[in-house]
Design a protein around this ligand. Structure first.
Ligand SMILES: Cc1cc2nc3c(=O)[nH]c(=O)nc-3n(C[C@H](O)[C@H](O)[C@H](O)COP(=O)(O)OP(=O)(O)OC[C@H]3O[C@@H](n4cnc5c(N)ncnc54)[C@H](O)[C@@H]3O)c2cc1C
Length: 399
């Protein structure tokens, strides 16, 4: 006997779609329906949140009130409590109306999922609602001067002092370390065990005595990173996530979410290249005047569409309860390569205008944006490391 469609469910989902669309139309300010210009146009929240305009502040506030900054997280922790079908509807309606995501946050894309899986009830209640509302901005303390790709060889230490740890050492490439309120940090708590087995996962406030940051200046002139130093930093034991010395499992789980997030940059909503090209180069006989560029853009748009569909498939599997695991490496690898290609094509389209660093409105400019995409295939684990993981864990090739 064939399965009957669940009419009640279809009807309630259709009603949810109508209500959602009405609410978005009414509440999403017009400025928040424009494509994001660059990194400085993104809302990060935090104790010292800086909003580019009032619309950005209002949009975050309204979405957070409904728990729609994190639609599927439980209501008890400030989430929207939506089912996967409802979350998909919200996602589709936001895309249809061109609504921006209200909040960019390492708390949402990295720490939150790890806390939901490994945190105690008290830890969830303490941290997750603040992440959902964008009240606390988090940074990631993983890499160290001698531990990048070989992350498990990290040396920052946390010594047991009864009710607290004393943390000493340093992290590097801490994105926005000087803007973050709290850090999620990997520390070594056992120096005698195999390197992966002596690591713990702790959280602490960046305002704690003994934490300091030093900006790292890049060739582009910007400084989105810090080296971050810990000098006898007192971390209460209740800030240990999961078991002592079992932090590596949490670290890897968090990395799958980070890689999905970075891979997703390959599908982000920006002005289509074809539109940019028509505007900048013009048409000849109804087609883009530059034939070489036309072919490159067509190839790019097809690859981007195929990737967006792959991303949707993996997301649907994740929503159905299947962990993405090593697949996140595939998404990260391909998404970041696409992002680099898009930036290169954007530069080709712009011609000499593409050389500009920054503009009068405070945007980063194409050249700086292009340079930033080079970092996409390094952050969260380099492309070479993703290819190693894909070879071993997806394709099953020998080490
Ligand atoms: C934009 C950006 C943001 C970042 N943000 C953060 C952050 O917020 N927090 C944080 O902790 N870190 C952050 N990082 C650091 C990032 O995680 C590391 O740079 C990355 O893991 C690589 O480590 P590494 O720089 O030490 O390079 P290395 O590990 O020294 O690698 C150097 C080169 O050797 C290659 N290589 C190394 N090992 C292998 C191998 N086994 N097989 C094949 N090739 C190999 C690498 O692919 C690379 O090309 C960020 C980096 C960037 C670029």
């Amino acid at each position: 006997m064939s399965a009957q469609p669940d009419l009640h469910c279809d009807e309630s989902l259709a009603a949810f779609r109508r209500e959602t669309r009405e609410w978005l139309e009414l509440n999403c300010p017009p400025e928040m329906r424009q494509p994001v210009l660059d990194e400085s146009d993104v809302c990060w929240g935090g104790r010292n949140a800086q909003f580019r305009n009032e619309a950005q502040r209002v949009w975050l506030e309204r979405m957070a009130q409904r728990g729609w900054t994190v639609p599927q997280w439980p209501r008890a922790y400030g989430g929207g409590g939506l089912s996967k079908e409802q979350a998909q509807v919200l996602h589709e309606e936001m895309a249809q109306l061109k609504c921006r995501s209200p909040l960019m946050s390492f708390g949402i894309s990295m720490l939150g999922p790890a806390l939901l899986k490994y945190g105690t009830e008290a830890q969830k209640l303490e941290h997750i609602p603040k992440i959902a509302r964008g009240e606390i901005r988090w940074c990631q303390g993983y890499s160290e001067p001698g531990a990048g790709s070989d992350l498990a060889s990290l040396k920052t230490r946390a010594d047991d002092h009864g009710d607290h740890f004393l943390v000493n050492g340093s992290k590097i490439w801490t994105s926005y370390g000087d803007k973050a309120d709290w850090i999620f940090c990997l520390v070594r708590t056992d120096f005698s065990a195999r390197k992966q087995e002596g690591i713990s996962f702790v959280l602490f406030d960046m305002a704690t005595a003994g934490v300091s940051t030093q900006p790292i200046r890049l060739i582009s002139g910007y400084s989105p990173f810090t080296q971050t130093f810990f000098d006898n930093v007192r971390v209460p034991k209740e800030n240990l996530i999961g078991e002592l010395n079992k932090g590596w499992t949490i670290a890897k789980y968090l990395l799958t979410h980070e890689r999905n997030m970075i891979g997703g940059m390959g599908t982000q909503r920006v002005t289509p290249l074809s539109q940019l090209a028509v505007k900048s180069i013009g048409l000849a006989a109804g087609r883009l005047a530059d034939t070489g560029l036309r072919a490159d853009i067509a190839r790019f748009e097809m690859d981007a569409m195929a990737f967006a569909m792959t991303m949707e498939r993996v997301q649907a599997e994740a929503q159905a309860g299947n962990e993405t695991g090593a697949l996140s490496s595939m998404l990260k690898y391909y998404g970041t390569e696409l992002n680099k290609r898009r930036a290169e094509l954007t530069m080709s389209i712009a011609g000499s205008d593409g050389l500009k660093f920054g503009d009068d409105e405070g945007s980063a400019g194409l050249a700086a944006t292009w340079l930033r995409t080079r970092g996409n295939s390094i952050e969260g684990g380099t492309s070479e490391i993703q290819l190693n993981i894909i070879a071993r864990q997806v394709l099953g090739l020998p080490a």
